[in-house]
Design a protein around this ligand. Structure first.
Ligand code: HEM
Length: 196
């Protein structure tokens, strides 16, 4: 499956808005989560480890969301009807995001798409990509809260390919830092610009 074959995956295209953070400020954000070259190396390793486990990871995450009505809510019309095509469309981009988190250089193109992902969770752009009539906005408290399940649940998958406990821990820490950093970037549309 090539990246361009995923509907709505607009990485690197002109449809993606410019991030409100400069690359210089992004460097400072990296420092604030202690993200460095070793983390980049271990994310590449994580990419190799996770590449053939993407569907299993997504089954787990979707199972988690699906078993909590207050989370599944964001994939519904607000009247209790889950939008299955929406769930399926987002799932493909979510899978690509796992690979992008591990493999992409964190450059201007990546930074811009991080902004785009934030917009897509916010009323600014939610539902537009998949042309769905779902609830308009994901509440910010859950964006922050999800850092835990998205991080904690990845560790067993990182440990499945025979790496040493030290390597698994280093991949896990790099993943954790990246998720925290990305949610910080995704908070841009949620926060007044002078406060971001
Ligand atoms: C979209 C990851 C929090 C519901 C996405 C996408 C990714 C993602 C990668 C697809 C982006 C794209 O279009 O390329 C994450 C991560 C989160 C998080 C890593 C927190 C650490 C949440 C929460 C909810 C949620 C708390 C609510 C249960 C959705 C929905 C979409 C989406 C409904 C589709 C948005 C649209 O209409 O375009 N998420 N997400 N996400 N996520 Fe999240």
């Amino acid at each position: 499956m090539t990246a361009t074959a995923i509907p709505g995956y607009d990485y690197g295209t002109a449809q993606v808005a410019h991030a409100p953070l400069s690359l210089a400020d992004f460097e400072l954000l990296k420092q604030a989560v202690m993200f460095g070259p070793d983390d980049e190396r271990y994310l590449r390793m994580a990419g190799e480890v996770l590449a053939d486990q993407i569907d299993d990871v997504l089954d787990l995450w979707y199972g988690f969301v699906g078993s909590h009505p207050h989370l599944l809510y964001y994939f519904t019309d607000g009247q209790g009807h889950a939008q299955n095509e929406y769930l399926a469309a987002v799932r493909r981009r979510f899978g690509q995001w796992i690979l992008d988190t591990c493999r992409r250089p964190y450059d201007q193109v990546w930074l811009d798409y991080a902004y785009e992902i934030g917009l897509r969770h916010h009323r600014h752009k939610k539902n537009q990509t998949d042309h769905v009539q779902a609830v308009p906005h994901i509440h910010f408290r859950y964006m922050v809260a999800f850092m835990y399940p998205i991080t904690a649940t990845i560790k067993p998958f990182l440990a499945k390919k025979g790496h040493s406990p030290e390597e698994v821990e280093a991949m896990y820490q790099a993943w954790f830092k990246s998720v925290v950093m990305q949610v910080a970037l995704w908070s841009a549309p949620y926060v007044a610009s002078e406060d971001f």
